[in-house]
Every structure is written in structure tokens, then in C-alpha cells.
Write a protein that binds this ligand. Sequence first.
Ligand SMILES: *Cc1c(COP(=O)(O)O)cnc(C)c1O
Length: 229
Amino acid sequence: MTVEPGAIDASAIAVRYRTLVDEVRAVGGERVRIVAVTKTFPPEAIAAVAGAGCAGIGENYAQELVDKWGRFMAGVHDGSVPEVHFIGGLQSNKVRSLAPIVDVWQSVDRESVVAEIARRRPSARILVQVNATGEPDKAGCNPADVESLVLAAATGGLVVEGLMTVGPTDGDPERTRSAFRAVASMAARLGLAELSMGMSGDWRLAVEEGSTLIRVGSAIFGERPPRTA
Ligand SMILES: *Cc1c(COP(=O)(O)O)cnc(C)c1O
């Protein structure tokens, strides 16, 4: 049997999600939360993982999320509604349409975005995204700017829960570990509790380095269909 990329098999998703929960617990992440990354998958993927007990989903693209969330909510009757984490590149002009939907803004990396979120969603929960690998094309603020951005967000009334980072694109384990370790020590120094680190390929390393929130897509949903919107 062949499965089309992107076809939704709710029971397979539930099995993979619960397996991941067990694996995370087994490596000592008793308090680690899992954000299931549903980008480019249809609303049924959100329903499937929420039905399996997942309390948070992650999305990267504003228009896709707005469309998908409306379709997902139209199908919710008594099922649970997961928290929505925005994890993609954030432009100020997208904040308005996202504000009614997003619970945790994970990819905040500059003051203009802080100001717009504070305007559209006062006292919103955010994470500051850090580019800890120095890769020029990577999202996230420079490590040297983290403290002032955290301060600006708090001053603007936002609730800064922690830091978020994406490991090096090449996936090199040593570089990945040192990036995660650097971000963990920044969070500790700033007294921030949440650390969003780790994806399908590197969540174990991230949990070892203190991650409290892993963002996992393909290990739960399979290969991502290409973006159409
Ligand atoms: C797509 C994405 C993920 C999930 O990636 P997988 O490798 O499919 O687990 C996590 N975090 C961010 C920021 C992403 O863009």
C-alpha cells in the first residue's frame, strides 16, 4: 500500500504521537511538552494529534494558519482545542490576522514585532527566538541582542516565557549541542523558564540540554507535502 504524502491517517498519527511521548519520557524529559508542527498538513492533522492528547500545535505561515484554523474550529464539537504556537518568520503586517488565533508567539526576533504584538494582543505570551549558530540566513536575533529584546518585550507588557532556537541546518551533533547549550545558559542567566529547542532530528540532544518544549513535525505526521498557499 502506498500512502500519498500529506494524506491523513489519524490512527497512525496517534500511534506516532504516543510513541514520541514515551520516548521523551524515557530519556528523562518528564516535563517536556510537545508542540506538533502541522505546517502544510490539512486541518485533519490538527484534529488527529489533538485527539491523541497533544496540547499544542505549531504553524509557520500566517495565511495558511488563518485558513486552516477556521476549518479546524468549524469541525470541533466537544473535542479539545490545542494551543497555537506560531514558529515561522514573523512580519509585523501579519500580526493582526494572527492575533485572535495565536496563543504563544515563539519566533519574536525584533522590536518592531514586539511592538505590533503588544498593540494587537496585549499581554501575549512570547518566546524570543535566538540565532545561536551564526548562520546568516537563519531567523532569530543575535545572541548579543537577546537581553535588550527581552527587556523591551516585558516593558511593552508582553509575557516573556523563554527562548526559542533552531539548531544548525547541517544537523552536526556537536554544533547542535553547543548551540542548545548556549541558548540554555542565556535563558538561565535571564531567569526565563521555557526553552523551545529540538525538532524531529535533534529533540533528544535538545532534551539533554534542558529543552522544555520540543517542536516536532515529520516524526509525527510523516513527510510534509509541499506548500501550496
Ligand atoms: C518545520 C519546523 C519544525 C518541525 O520540523 P520537523 O523536522 O518536521 O520536526 C520545528 N521548528 C520550526 C521552527 C520549523 O520551522
